[in-house]
Write a protein of this length. Structure first.
Lengths: 458, 203
């Protein structure tokens, strides 16, 4: 279970932060609790809307990706803090990430009666229509006399208090699960909310140049004063010039495309003209919304939305589909849609990796002295189902089954079905039938010109 | 003539609470001098290690201190007092206490029907905290609902009944201010509470 811990104080030395940090460390067996700061959130102002600013977007992402939220509030002037209230106002103005989100309120204070009034107010605020959080009823936790409550290592000294907190956290995690069950499974058409026109914004969106502008790259570079050519760039495990990064990315034997979490196409490793590519791209395309890159014919947009939604919501991190097997045992091109996450595991977009696996398979057979033979038990008709996905073409299995490699390759496949599938199922025998439709839909967006087969196979 | 400070609990230029205070200022120009004080643009409150407050806050505190009373008109955001007003009150009670024993009258305007009832309750509770210790006029709720339609082009309240009620309350407030000057017994007790709450402010 993933929880976000929000501390209502922005003071450098806060007992509520101490309390939250203790909860996060002590109960990491119950939940993965990420403690976030609201220090950079500006004062709420309708005249100066900063919903799309870094600080608010940061919180939005974290809350949306969490199963629940814990808030620790001090009490100032008989109520919660302006800093926390301002944050909630941002999170209930143009965006509503707290809607239907389970929230647990705790609080620490100097005196005995502590943050009781602040907690009551916070509860009422969180239940206001624009916020619509689900605050856990009852179970008030007030930590009084905080100056004496912690030892030097930041641990709560009193065993009884720790036990009460443990009970509380356990109850809360159960409550989160109950609410999840109440909500039921995600509606089947939830994917339709994916905005392929990229009309929204994410915290990396470059403003001041129109998405779809053919000179987008030049203009965006100018606006951001982007590094280029011989400029050095510090990466997390190295330093390269921009030239070197370009050479490096082009040397990878795959077509790479970066689409961000706002569904805007930002980059591809331009190593060949469009006509020579498996999935054609032109240098005028970066900056375009996905809806423009994929013309909306034959339900393509619907299919693209399904893939993006599957990756964004974490149903799978890798979605694969194979190009039609036009020349068996000569070429086997697979489109790999790999979800991109940041260091905090927040969805940041898609890396589309288009890659011909055949040379790899061929080399493997050569080096291990094996050959491919047809599997008489396979239910897949490779010739009829031209657009089927990976299993289809793996069907000719290398005879001594290399269990490990196959398992890992196909376990990701399993998860592409919309219901959460067990990862452990046997790969080769699994689900080619139900995958066919999925892959057909996937095939369409990238290569419309070969799409006739795909839709036919549906 | 009495001298009041008027505070609109908002940083919105087009706020109808600002408009309401502007109307009060003009409507009662013969009875009281009302200075409107802007609370937008202050930094988000945090406990400065040296207990200093922004210079603007010191100026505001001086003006409040010198006034006979304060009229606060609050919008309602998320069932509560707007953060921007909470923020100003936090600064105005951090090591300084201009609201201590200060008579306060509360009004509120909102677009909808309910008219800030929850925000006003919360504001009362805040002003009653030891750090603020204001003297809030009792039994005097004043709300302007559907506030976008409530004013004419000159910024005057359209509804006579609303104006009549305001007249009554404003007169009462002047009396309340005078009566309040006689309430001296609690003074030392309040100051002690305030000193205690300054400790609390270290949290």
């Amino acid at each position: 279970m993933k929880l976000v811990g929000i501390v209502g104080s922005i003071a450098e030395d806060s007992y509520n932060r101490k309390l939250m940090t203790f909860i996060a460390n002590r109960f990491n067996n119950l939940a993965d609790i990420e403690v976030v700061s609201i220090k950079d959130v500006p004062m709420f102002s309708e005249d100066n809307d900063q919903t799309n600013g870094m600080a608010v977007q940061y919180l939005k992402h974290r809350i949306e990706n969490a199963d629940g939220v814990i808030m620790a509030t001090p009490e100032h002037n008989h109520t919660t803090t302006a800093a926390l209230k301002s944050t909630i106002e941002w999170l209930s103005y143009k965006i509503h990430p707290l809607e239907d989100k389970p929230v647990l309120i705790v609080g620490a204070s100097y005196f005995t009666q502590g943050s009781s009034r602040a907690q009551l107010d916070l509860r009422e605020i969180l239940e206001a229509p624009g916020v619509n959080a689900l605050v856990m009823p009852g179970n008030e936790f007030l930590l009084g006399n905080v100056r004496d409550a912690f030892d030097e290592d930041g641990n709560l000294k009193d065993g009884g208090t720790v036990n009460r907190l443990a009970n509380l956290l356990e109850k809360f995690s159960k409550w989160v699960n109950v609410l999840k069950a109440l909500k039921g499974p995600e509606p089947a058409d939830a994917y339709k909310n994916e905005d392929l026109t990229a009309s929204g914004k994410t915290d990396t969106t470059i403003e001041g140049v129109k998405p779809g502008d053919p000179d987008w790259v030049e203009k965006a570079a100018k606006i951001t004063n982007a590094a280029s050519g011989k400029d050095y760039v510090k990466l997390d495990a190295g330093v390269l010039t921009v030239d070197q990064i370009n050479w490096f990315l082009k040397s990878i034997p795959a077509e790479l495309t970066y689409v961000d979490d706002n569904n805007q196409f930002l980059y591809y490793n331009h190593k060949a003209p469009a006509s020579k590519m498996f999935a054609s791209r032109t240098p005028q395309q970066p900056g375009s919304p996905m809806s423009v890159v994929h013309p909306d014919v034959r339900n393509v947009h619907d299919h693209v939305k399904q893939v993006v939604h599957t990756l964004r919501t974490g149903k799978t991190d890798l979605f694969q589909l194979a190009e039609p097997v036009d020349k068996k045992n000569v070429k086997w091109v697979v489109n790999n849609y790999q979800a991109i996450h940041d260091d905090e595991n927040v969805y940041r977009g898609i890396n589309e990796i288009v890659f011909d696996f055949w040379p790899v398979v061929k080399k493997y057979l050569e080096m291990t002295g094996q050959k491919l033979v047809d599997d008489p038990n396979s239910k897949v008709d490779a010739n009829a189902n031209a657009s089927a996905k990976e299993e289809t073409s793996t069907k000719p299995v290398a005879e001594p089954v290399a269990a490990d490699t196959e398992a890992s390759a196909s376990s990701t496949e399993e998860e592409t079905s919309t219901t959460p599938a067990p990862v452990s199922q046997a790969p080769a025998t699994q689900a080619p039938a139900m995958d066919a439709s999925a892959s057909a839909s996937e095939d369409a967006p990238e290569e419309p010109e070969v799409d006739t087969d795909a839709s036919a196979s549906k | 003539m009495k001298h009041y400070i008027g505070i609109a609990g908002t940083n919105r230029q087009g706020s109808t609470n600002r408009r309401l205070l502007q109307f009060i200022k003009e409507h009662f120009a013969d009875e009281a001098e009302i200075e409107l004080m802007d609370i937008g643009g202050l930094p988000v409150f945090y406990k400065t290690p040296d207990r200093s407050v922004p210079e603007r806050v010191t100026e505001m505190a001086k003006k409040i201190d010198a006034s006979d009373g304060v009229i606060i008109s609050t919008p309602e955001y998320d069932h509560g007092v707007p953060a921007v007003l909470m923020n100003a009150l936090e600064w105005l009670s951090y090591g300084i206490h201009p609201f201590a024993d200060k008579p306060v009258m509360i009004t509120g305007a909102s677009y909808g029907m309910l008219g800030t009832s929850r925000a006003q309750l919360m504001l009362r509770q805040m002003l009653d905290s030891p750090e603020l210790s204001a003297r809030i006029m009792p039994s005097s709720e004043y709300m302007v609902g559907h506030s976008l339609q409530a004013f004419d082009e000159e910024g005057h309240l359209k509804e006579d009944a609303l104006i009549a009620r305001l007249d009554g309350l404003f007169e009462d407030f002047a009396t309340f201010v005078d009566v309040n000057k006689n309430l001296v017994y609690d003074r030392e007790h309040v100051m002690q509470d305030i000193r205690n709450s300054d400790l609390k402010n270290d949290l």
